[in-house]
Design a binder for this molecule. Structure first.
Ligand SMILES: C[S@@+](CC[C@H](N)C(=O)[O-])C[C@H]1O[C@@H](n2cnc3c(N)ncnc32)[C@H](O)[C@@H]1O
Length: 259
């Protein structure tokens, strides 16, 4: 079990400066070891206090207050090892929403990479079988799966383009450089009505994938989407988009097997 420590920030209007100034910085810590005292910027929290129930207010030895609660999936996900590049929440959220993935569904995923997408999908569906050619990436994925405590993922050290053993699959996700190479294998594994989603960083990958899908009578191209997330600052009268944003990640192409 991991814990989150939160200390709210505070802004005050300073008449002499005629503007709001941060008088207390917001702090957020992720605590992985509850059997050791935890060091913050403002002093130490004892291991005894780290075990207090969710919602408790605890103090450092320098009297700084924190709220404490057990970390949730979204908190733990932020802490995964990210080598290689992983799929992030704005994109996996769209995959789950668009395909309507649910608790009775089985997913095949490739490549596993760091296992981030596999974990995000496994968190809401029945089972994920994920294919990966590189053993070093499988080691990273295993570490991440263990860290999240996920039990419904099977990793296969196999090239997905050479064939998928599973049948009647509800969703297949492809995050690999040439997803069109896997279409034949996917066709045999995916159930009629099932979804095939390709995650491709470049426009050329997305268009090549869509062209190959269009040549195949068994598939129907549904849409290609890019998710652009814009966070806002909301502080009194200062209400505006944040300046620094995550830029482009990838295009999501949604297709379905229709026969
Ligand atoms: C960008 S990473 C995937 C990241 C992963 N979706 C995540 O969220 O952590 C792409 C992975 O695909 C693997 N890969 C490439 N071609 C493959 C293939 N034909 N079959 C299985 N894995 C493959 C690579 O080794 C690499 O680990």
């Amino acid at each position: 079990m991991h814990k989150i420590l939160i200390s709210r920030g505070k802004k005050e209007y300073i008449p002499e400066l005629e503007r709001e100034v941060t008088t207390r910085k917001a702090l957020r810590y992720y605590v992985t070891d509850l059997n050791k005292d935890f060091h913050t910027k403002y002093g130490i929290i004892s291991k005894k206090d780290l075990k207090k129930k969710d919602g408790s207010t605890i103090k450092t030895d320098r009297d700084k207050e924190f709220s404490i609660f057990t970390s949730q999936f979204a908190d733990d996900f932020r802490k995964l090892r990210r080598a290689p590049q992983t799929v992030i929440p704005k994109d996996f959220g769209m995959i789950i929403a668009e395909t309507g993935l649910g608790k009775n569904d089985t997913v095949v995923d490739a490549g596993t990479g760091a296992g981030a997408l596999a974990c995000a999908l496994a968190n809401v569906c029945k089972k994920v079988i994920t294919y990966e050619t590189r053993e070093d990436h499988i080691e990273v994925a295993k570490e991440n799966i263990k860290f999240l405590g996920i039990k419904n993922i099977t990793i296969k050290n196999k090239d997905i383009t050479k064939g998928i053993t599973e049948k009647n699959i509800d969703l297949i996700t492809l995050d690999l450089p040439e997803p069109w190479q896997a279409i034949k294998a996917v066709q045999k594994a995916l159930k009629i009505g099932g979804w095939l989603v390709a995650y491709t960083p470049t426009t050329t990958q997305a268009s090549q994938f869509v062209e190959e899908i269009r040549k195949n009578e068994s598939f129907l191209f549904d849409n290609t989407t890019e998710i652009i997330r814009r966070k806002w600052i909301i502080e009194g009268k200062r209400v505006r988009p944040q300046s620094a944003e995550i830029g482009h990640t990838a295009f999501l192409t949604f297709t379905r097997r229709i026969k």
